[in-house]
Design a protein around this ligand. Structure first.
Ligand code: ADP
Ligand code: MG
Length: 699
């Protein structure tokens, strides 16, 4: 029998077929259950009436009560507005309307007592409320019970149909006050007891219509945990499912290639962190389970070497390996970087990208299927339908966030026994985010930089200081160094983009004129061959300055470049700035990063720039980035689908996140297949979630 929650929304008192259509179309609310899980994003605190003379702060929502005195129209142009003063005996405050003025003017009755609700705007100590909500208090009528009123997410479409917050409040009220109101519990009793959580039925009711702020917090505490618990449970179940379903290749030996390379050709001593991570990977390889590991490491921490050594283990065990990069430039670079090492070992490595000629590609595919190629490096071209390996044992995905989930899934389907998979992040991501987005992967962290690196000196300069900056660049070039000079990408307009780059070049070259100073220019409009040619000139030190948009962002390695200049630095995100800065500091020389901005940075821009100036630590930067932007805005998380969190915010709910992971882990350890009676609520809950395809979440 269907549950009460599955009742169609049109049957709810006060809704009816027409409004039901709007709810379905605008908010995806089809049933009572949908309505009740359309959570309010805040509550209006109507639990008290404030005195005007006690008001302070900015952007706070308050309820006031008093009489109004209309003042009338004032101001010019955009500032034109209707003003009335509200008095409550303790003081007065301005009420302001920019729209609906005729209506307001007609409605406001001087001398009538109103209950007023709105957001305080504090402009240099002058308080006002724009577009307040007004309720006339009829003398001698009973005062409405004061309470916390939910505020729901709405769409413009709803508003156009005059279905405002009040409509949703009434609908939700009718639902929770129904005699049939019921919400089944979906957490096991043991967890409810342990955390002293209120029941789901109470929690949902309190979340919409809390009795007081403390009850609201209790409801949130429980529902956030529940949300995160199910997220972690799904990650861990996916992981468990893979482990049970797919055999992993067993790489039980570390053989000649690895040892030859390690003992005779390793160009440097591995850092402790590299060694530890390598050991973690080797352990995975031995277990007979498929390895799905995320390798996190800061820019320059040496992820490539870890990949190289891992690929050698695969080859030692008779398998092939491939390494996939997000761009051709990067694929080329990996290919060049690995080639000498691979060749000294007598192994064959090939490059496959969109630019590989048809003829070359044909031969390459034959050799690959025949097992003559040990390592294939490339871009998306690696996972096209006709690319068949003889025995693919390991896939390394570099700078992962550039790859769509669907692309990864394609790769997954390539062999019947799945290859081991290492995913490498471009920059670190905070632990909470890793747990949320990559919760089904094991995680290794390279948290140590190779010895002897000089920290990059980062400075913030105004545009007006260009002459001095250019003088500094001139000196660096005189010392034999090279310069990256980056302009922001102008989104959605390649043409504008090119213009800004060209005028940027004109500007820089007035200070550092050619032919004395030699330039490479790289931008999105160039063909791959042109881009590569330009990059190569810079790599080979035939040019001094690389003028670019952010196409150089990921991975590019030119150790002789010692300065990164970023124009309009305020227009870049933190992760991007950190990536860009990571292009320098790769050689033995002291390196610099110069962030140029216009004066008058906003708070957020200032925080980004000052974070860059204050630290080189990618993990710290990632944390600030997360705090500033919120989880939904970070690279690679939008597509993941796992950040559709409605209540929890991993920035603030870290301890709940960790607790939920621990509980999910322990639960599955004691009842992996959810067969025990205690697991019934979990099983029922999971059955409600439409089965997402397994592929879509696999790395
Ligand atoms: P990323 O982690 O950003 O991909 P890379 O793998 O490109 O970093 O390494 C950056 C540079 O550091 C490369 O030139 C690499 O050869 C060098 N490197 C890597 N590991 C070490 C180490 N243990 N000691 C010294 N240099 C190292
Ligand atoms: Mg790299």
């Amino acid at each position: 029998m269907p549950h009460w929650l599955d009742t169609g929304i049109e049957y709810l008192k006060g809704v009816g077929p027409q409004r039901a259509e709007a709810l379905k179309k605008e908010l995806g609310i089809h049933t009572l259950g949908d309505l009740l899980s359309h959570y309010p994003f805040r509550h209006e605190d109507r639990s008290q009436v404030y005195r005007i003379n006690g008001l302070q702060g900015d952007d706070v929502w308050v309820q006031l009560q008093g009489t109004v005195r209309p003042v009338g129209m004032t101001g010019q142009g955009n500032g034109r507005r209707y003003v009335a003063m509200l008095h409550d005996g303790s003081g007065e405050i301005e009420l302001v309307w920019f729209k609906g003025i005729v209506y307001v003017d007609r409605m406001l009755k001087p001398g009538t007592t109103y209950r007023v609700y709105g957001k305080i705007n504090n402009f240099k100590g002058k308080l006002s409320i724009a577009h307040p909500e007004l309720d006339a208090l009829i003398p001698n009528a009973p005062i409405k019970p004061l309470s916390l009123v939910p505020v729901y997410p709405l769409t413009e479409g709803m508003r156009r149909k005059k279905l405002e917050n009040k409509f949703l409040v009434t609908a939700a009220q009718n639902a929770v006050n129904s005699t049939l109101y019921d919400i089944p519990e979906n957490l096991p009793q043991a967890i409810l007891n342990k955390y002293k959580f209120i029941s789901r039925k109470d929690a949902v009711k309190e979340l919409h219509f809390p009795q007081n702020l403390a009850r609201l917090e209790e409801a949130k505490r429980r529902l956030k945990f529940e949300e995160l618990f199910y997220l972690q449970l799904r990650h861990l179940m996916l992981k468990g499912f893979r482990n049970r379903t797919y055999k992993g290749l067993v790489f039980d030996k570390v053989g000649t290639y690895f040892h030859d390379f390690y003992d005779n050709h390793l160009p440097f001593e591995l850092t402790g962190a590299q060694k530890r991570v390598l050991k973690e990977i080797r352990n995975d390889f031995k277990t007979g389970k498929q390895c799905n590991r995320l390798i996190q490491g800061d820019v320059g921490s040496g992820k490539t070497m870890v990949a190289m050594l891992s690929m050698l283990i695969a080859i030692d065990n008779g398998y092939q390996a491939c390494m996939m990069a997000p761009t051709e430039i990067l694929a080329n670079q990996h290919f060049d970087g690995l080639r000498d090492w691979v060749e000294t070992l007598g192994l064959r490595m090939e490059l496959l990208t969109g630019s590989t000629t048809k003829k070359k590609r044909e031969q390459l595919l034959i050799d690959l299927a025949d097992g003559q190629i040990h390592i294939l490096v490339g871009t998306h071209a690696l996972i096209e339908q006709d690319v068949q390996y003889k025995q693919l044992g390991l896939v390394v995905i570099d700078e992962q966030h550039r790859f769509g989930v669907a692309q990864r899934a394609k790769l997954w389907k390539k062999g019947h026994v799945l290859p081991h998979i290492l995913v490498m992040t471009a920059t670190p991501i905070p632990r909470t985010l890793a747990m949320t987005v990559y919760g089904d992967l094991d995680v290794s962290v390279i948290d140590e930089m190779p010895a002897g690196r000089k920290p990059i000196v980062t400075v913030h300069r105004q545009e007006s200081m260009r002459p001095a900056i250019m003088e500094f660049l001139r000196n660096e070039i005189a010392k034999g160094r090279q310069i990256y000079y980056v302009f922001p990408l102008i989104e959605d307009s390649e043409k504008l983009d090119l213009n800004s780059l060209m005028s940027g070049y004109d500007m820089v070259s007035t200070y550092l004129p050619p032919p004395q100073f030699k330039y490479s220019i790289v931008h999105g409009k160039l063909k791959t061959a042109e881009k590569d040619a330009s990059m190569n000139l810079f790599k080979n030190h035939q040019t001094d300055i690389l003028i670019a948009t952010t196409v150089i962002e990921v991975g590019v390695n030119v150790p002789n470049a010692s300065v990164m200049v970023i124009e309009n630095a305020e227009r870049f995100g933190l992760a991007q700035l950190h990536q860009l800065r990571g292009r320098v500091g790769r050689g033995n020389e002291q390196s610099y990063c110069v962030l140029i901005t216009k004066p008058g940075l906003g708070e957020n821009g200032y925080k980004r720039i000052s974070t860059m100036v204050n630290t080189n630590d990618g993990f710290e930067i990632a944390q600030v980035d997360l705090e500033l932007r919120g989880p939904g805005e970070l690279d690679g998380t939008k597509q993941s689908g796992v950040l559709e969190l409605k209540l929890a915010d991993i920035r603030y709910d870290e301890s709940t996140l960790i607790a939920s992971r621990v509980e999910a882990q322990q639960w599955l350890e004691s009842d992996e297949l959810l067969m025990k009676p205690e697991s019934a609520p979990i099983k029922a809950e999971l059955a409600k979630i439409p089965n997402r395809t397994v592929w879509s979440k696999i790395s």
